[in-house]
Design a protein around this ligand. Structure first.
Ligand code: CTP
Length: 379
């Protein structure tokens, strides 16, 4: 990996743990990286200076921890700082990419899963372990991602990071809750995962993201994301109208309730008063309202969840609401849609260009959508 990075033109400085030295000598990595290897808080005999972990953390544009052991993973998840590597990690100002490698039972252990989730929440980039033959002789998931692929991911990371520099992007996410009385509402099963994944992706590509979310259990981590939490369709509408005029792009992925109760009770509705009918009225269509307000140079993306005549309905929605791109997800596909971690989408633009994608993790779907938006916004 050090050789590949150096060959690709990167300046590489290596931090080794004591355990790493059982696999490869510091001399080898020092020769390949053309820098001394850092492994302990050492004092330079000539200058009298100590190894400065803060400086190392500030120096790098990217920190790659590969292979990431179960032990270092656990330390990263809890902030335990007992070696130079952890001190550099904790003081690093740059993005951190990790490539876990361990035996398959260790990789599958619930603590490992939980620790990886934590790292992801901290904003670290995880390159999932591959399946294959492991050092123990067992076969399964736990192999470190191939060095060539890690280099690819690093190159993609830097290519992506400036794509939306200086752009403001409005995103809606999650469901809306339409109040019936102080304790009840009409809602839907949307988890907000797709919208939050889009926000993280676009923020990672340099955009300033204004994320307007209905009630979800999710939180946003990227410093470029400004999160506004709302409850109802009306509140989401007000927030979006106010923000849209400052944005170059808007992606409306929220599952906004189409109807709200016509009358809202201030007191809890009593069983004894016998509520037999619920009168509803339509909510305001946020996407259509933004479509009406859209100015030249602004790009509007909507979502469609269809169960029949999918493509036809999506194309119709694209025109009716004056969109530039529509993301169609079909409830027919197992694993796609509400509350799943995966999604399967088809993208359709104004010129009827259709791109179909496989069932993927919502974070990867977010990248596909972001890349399509990039293509449309440079047209
Ligand atoms: N949407 C919105 N405001 C609403 C309802 C929907 O902004 N009140 C947006 C969603 O965020 C999504 C898109 O509209 O981007 C698709 O919503 P959908 O409910 O499928 O569209 P409708 O036009 O209501 O079509 P349908 O007849 O299928 O209900």
């Amino acid at each position: 990996m050090v050789r590949l990075f150096a060959k690709a033109g990167a300046e590489v400085k290596v931090v080794m743990t004591e355990a790493a030295k059982d696999f490869v000598t510091p001399l080898t990595l020092s020769t390949l990286s053309n820098h001394p290897v850092f492994s302990a808080f050492q004092r330079d005999e000539d200058t009298g200076e100590w190894t400065n972990h803060v400086e190392l953390g500030m120096w790098a544009d990217l920190m790659v921890i590969a292979p990431l052991s179960a032990n270092t993973l656990a330390k990263m998840a809890t902030g335990r700082c007992d070696n130079l590597l952890m001190a550099v990690y904790l003081s690093a100002k740059c993005p951190v990419m990790v490539a876990p490698a361990m035996d398959l039972d260790m990789y599958q252990h619930p603590t490992t899963t939980e620790n990886l989730v934590k790292l992801r929440q901290f904003g670290n980039i995880i390159l999932e372990a591959r399946s294959g033959e492991l050092a123990s002789g067992l076969v399964g998931q736990g192999r470190m991602e191939e060095p060539e692929e890690i280099l690819e991911q690093v190159i993609t990371h830097f290519a992506d990071s400036a794509v939306f520099n200086g752009k403001k992007i409005l995103i809606t996410a999650g469901p809306t809750h339409e109040r019936l009385d102080p304790v009840r509402f009409i809602g839907n099963y949307s988890s907000g995962k797709m919208g939050f994944a889009l926000a993280e992706q676009l923020a990672g590509m340099g955009a300033h993201v204004l994320l307007v979310s209905g009630p979800t259990a999710l939180s946003a981590h990227h410093p470029n994301i400004e999160l506004t939490r709302v409850v109802s369709a009306d509140e989401m509408y007000t927030a979006c109208i106010e923000k849209f005029e400052h944005c170059e792009i808007a992606v409306l992925s929220a599952a906004v309730a189409d109807f709200k109760p016509k009358y809202r009770a201030d007191d809890k509705l009593k069983k004894s008063s016998g509520l037999h009918n619920l009168e509803l009225e339509p909510t305001v269509d946020i996407l259509a309202s933004l479509g009406e307000r859209k100015q030249p140079g602004q790009l509007l993306v909507g979502f469609a969840l269809e169960t029949s005549n999918e493509l036809e309905n999506a194309m119709d929605k694209l025109r009716r609401k004056n969109l530039d791109l529509i993301v169609l997800n079909s409830l027919r596909d197992p694993g796609a849609g509400f509350a799943h971690d995966t999604n399967k989408v088809t993208l359709v633009d104004r010129e009827n260009n259709i791109s179909r994608f496989e069932l993927k993790d919502k974070r990867e779907v977010a990248r596909d959508i972001a890349m399509r938006i990039k293509e449309l916004s440079v047209k």
